[in-house]
Design a protein around this ligand. Structure first.
Ligand code: HEM
Length: 205
């Protein structure tokens, strides 16, 4: 469980470094919504109603979902049938069959996510009214779907938002020269060489 959130955050920051406009938008969203009483020296969630504040970070939420769509911490899953059945696709399965489904590939299918499926675009998660666009768990399978889906999803999203706010409020991040970002698929989708960055302390305004 700890592995899933840390893996998600590593890919999130990797994507942020490759897409500086997303970082700018997230920083803007944080600064706009952070109550004026909370300075960058102060941990905002100790001084304010953190639930209310984190709920305003719609674009950050979208960017975290988008990072996990492209790099799901658990890249494949399996299910075993109790009885014979027919899948929505029309495929027949026998009782006691184990099906492995690739969450990584599902998150990148053009037929599911559109022509820009391979692009990192948090905007795809924002609705016309500016809220978070709902996608069914059968489409966004990162937290699994059905009765055995992740019971820590809300906690994971809250923890990741807090960590991102804390890091972005306090540091500038730069990818180390020559560092190559590439996946190492295992049970969790780690980065092959980790994410080597240099953090520079931000001066408080
Ligand atoms: C980004 C973070 C996370 C992701 C992507 C994630 C994803 C998943 C997935 C795919 C499953 C289904 C596993 C399976 O059936 O084989 C699962 C189950 C579960 N997760 Fe998470 N998880 C995350 C974080 C967490 C956290 C932080 C907690 C707890 C604090 C947690 C608690 C659980 C539990 C208890 C289950 C089992 C649910 C059940 O079988 O009824 N998860 N998670």
């Amino acid at each position: 469980m700890r592995d899933t959130t840390s893996t998600a955050l590593t890919w999130f920051f990797g994507l942020l470094l490759e897409n500086p406009y997303v970082e700018t938008k997230i920083r803007h969203e944080i600064n706009t919504n952070l109550p004026k009483t909370a300075t960058s020296q102060e941990r905002p969630w100790s001084a304010i109603d953190h639930k209310e504040f984190l709920n305003t970070l719609v674009y950050l939420h979208a960017a975290l979902y988008e990072a996990m769509r492209l790099y799901p911490p658990i890249p494949f899953e399996r299910k075993t049938s109790v009885n014979s059945d027919v899948l929505p696709s029309g495929h027949k399965i026998d009782a006691n069959s184990t099906i492995i489904y690739p969450i990584y590939a599902l998150g990148r299918m053009r037929s599911v996510w559109g022509e820009d499926a391979l692009e990192f675009k948090p905007e795809r998660w924002i609705s016309e009214t500016g809220g978070l666009r709902h996608e069914p768990s059968s489409k966004f399978l990162v937290f699994n779907s059905g009765p055995r889906s992740c019971s820590g999803k809300h906690l994971a999203m809250t923890a990741m938002k807090i960590i991102v706010v804390e890091i972005l409020q306090n540091f500038d991040i730069k990818l180390d020269k020559g560092h190559k970002i590439e996946p190492k698929p295992r049970l969790s989708l780690h980065m092959k060489h980790g994410l080597r960055v240099t953090l520079t302390k931000r001066c408080s305004a």
